[in-house]
Design a protein. Structure first.
Length: 232
């Protein structure tokens, strides 16, 4: 397995009270999969994703990515891991307002050892004719496409997506989900997506369900649907 998580633990303290956000969780994700992680608010979805991405530390357990243990990496090696392996797409786009579309993508291009061609990537995400515009001139869906291209330009092995359609309307959500499918097919990128939208699971290769910080289900999808077939 490309990502192997074993007995992972993460706790938080608020005053004199502590709680387990990730509670001795174990699961596996194979290379090239689209994995959807489902669960109610407070189930540990974002915490788990942030630990996989090297944004948060764990209190115990193991995460091996490509047979490399990442839990005990020092800050320098963790930075190298994030640079070489991980791209992030968030619900809110976090674009730099005084940079153009192309410049926002170029900011991350130098981070990877083998970055993708920016002009080709702009074509792939449907933004070739928007390259010189600033974020304020774009729709929400276009801004999310810029954010996806920015995460993808360094050619990461893993794309981590935190509620990537949460701020989008139905039509635009479907366009963005279709783009994830294309990225997965064209580049073999492992995509991990956390969402409250239960029906998105139908497009995934793998579905992981969390409750109270624990994996309650980790299953392969025997009959994936196209994004066009998904309704909500």
């Amino acid at each position: 397995m490309f990502i192997h998580i074993q007995d992972l633990v993460k706790s938080y303290s608020t005053g004199q009270t502590s709680f387990l956000a990730v509670n001795h969780t174990s699961c596996e994700i194979d290379a090239g999969e689209i994995c959807v992680i489902l669960g109610p608010s407070g189930s540990g979805k974002s915490t788990l994703m942030n630990i996989i991405g090297g944004l948060e530390s764990a209190d115990g357990g193991s995460i091996k990515v490509d047979d490399k243990e990442i839990i005990n990496l020092n800050s320098r090696d963790l930075g190298i891991y994030r640079r070489n392996y991980v791209g992030f797409v968030f619900q809110f786009y976090n674009l730099i307002p005084n940079l153009t579309v192309k410049e926002n993508i170029e900011v991350c291009a130098h981070l990877g050892k083998n970055p993708l061609d920016i002009n080709m990537l702009l074509e792939k995400v449907g933004l070739a004719n928007q390259a010189d515009k600033f974020p304020a001139a774009l729709s929400g869906g276009q801004q999310q496409r810029v954010a996806i291209a920015r995460a993808l330009v360094k050619n990461p092995k893993i794309l981590l997506c935190d509620e990537p359609t949460g701020a989008l309307d139905y039509k635009t959500s479907k366009e963005v989900l279709s783009l994830f499918n294309e990225i997965n097919q064209n580049y073999g990128t492992t995509i991990i997506m956390i969402t409250h939208n239960d029906v998105i699971r139908f497009m995934a290769h793998r579905v992981i369900k969390l409750k109270d910080g624990t994996v309650t289900e980790n299953c392969l999808n025997d009959h994936r649907l196209s994004v066009e077939e998904i309704e909500w």
